[in-house]
Design a protein around this ligand. Structure first.
Ligand SMILES: Nc1ncnc2c1ncn2[C@@H]1O[C@H](COP(=O)(O)OP(=O)(O)OP(=O)(O)O)[C@@H](O)[C@H]1O
Ligand SMILES: [Mg+2]
Length: 230
């Protein structure tokens, strides 16, 4: 891993999904560098390839053509295990649907990325408590996700995403399932966390959120059609 290389570097990236109705070209030749500390919003219509792009950046998937490098490491050259470890060591995710584990407490949900990394229990507890404090939920650590409001659940998901101190924080419509008040609160938490030199890439239809990112990349039909920095 080369920490001087861009956090993520995409060259000629294409992603084609095979379906019963034939191939779907979700991305068609995207070039994109994400530099350290940068806050980028990815915008574009439904089906334009935003989630696909985020899952390639997040090492959840590999491109069909072209290359994705994370800190200079080309993901298509890694086996599944190495890809999972790159993801787990350096990348945090926040999804629209929260994706919390119902049978685990709030604290256990937040500890999970550290558990996968083999961090010892006492250290996991300490760091999960700090992450929950950072999103204002220190008092709810022993509850279960379904005992929380949607906004609180998303804040738990944010705590889980940042607990491992990732180089890269990825969020896919993080405010999409929240009312205006909770969306604003989660936005504040995300941006407060990213205020240091955390690199943030967020897919959003939320103009408030997009406006707070210095860089806005627009996708249309799998191509990057605009890329502007304020
Ligand atoms: N697993 C899959 N299998 C087949 N086609 C897929 C798959 N995932 C996405 N697609 C297709 O790829 C294209 C891009 O999808 P993607 O989910 O990246 O769009 P999006 O910009 O995130 O849209 P939305 O704003 O609706 O979430 C769409 O045509 C979609 O139907
Ligand atoms: Mg999507």
């Amino acid at each position: 891993m080369n920490l001087d290389a861009p956090v993520a570097s995409l060259r000629g990236v294409a992603k084609t999904y095979a379906t019963d109705g034939g191939p779907v070209h979700a991305l068609r030749g995207v070039d994109l560098d994400i530099r350290r500390g940068e806050h980028t919003a990815i915008v574009g219509g439904s089906g334009s390839g935003k989630t696909t792009l985020l899952s390639l950046l997040g090492c959840l998937d590999r491109p069909s053509a072209g290359s994705v490098a994370i800190h200079g490491v080309v993901t298509s050259q890694l086996d599944d295990e190495a890809l999972a470890s790159l993801r787990n060591e350096g990348i945090g995710f926040v999804f629209q649907q929260f994706h919390l584990i119902r049978s685990a407490s709030v604290a256990q949900n937040v500890e999970l990325p550290l558990y996968y990394r083999g961090v010892a229990r006492a250290e996991r507890r300490r760091r999960a408590a700090a992450a929950l404090d950072a999103v204002g939920l220190g008092d709810l650590a022993q509850r279960f996700p379904q005992q929380l409001s949607g906004g609180q659940q998303q804040r738990v998901a944010i705590a889980r995403a940042i607990v491992g101190d990732p180089h890269l924080l990825l969020a896919d419509e993080p405010t999409g399932n929240l009312d205006a008040e909770n969306a604003a609160l989660c936005l504040r938490m995300l941006m407060a966390d990213a205020a240091g030199d955390r690199t943030l890439v967020v897919v959003t239809h939320d103009l408030d959120l997009a406006r707070r990112c210095r860089r806005v990349v627009t996708l249309r039909a799998g191509e990057c059609v605009d890329d502007r920095v304020d």
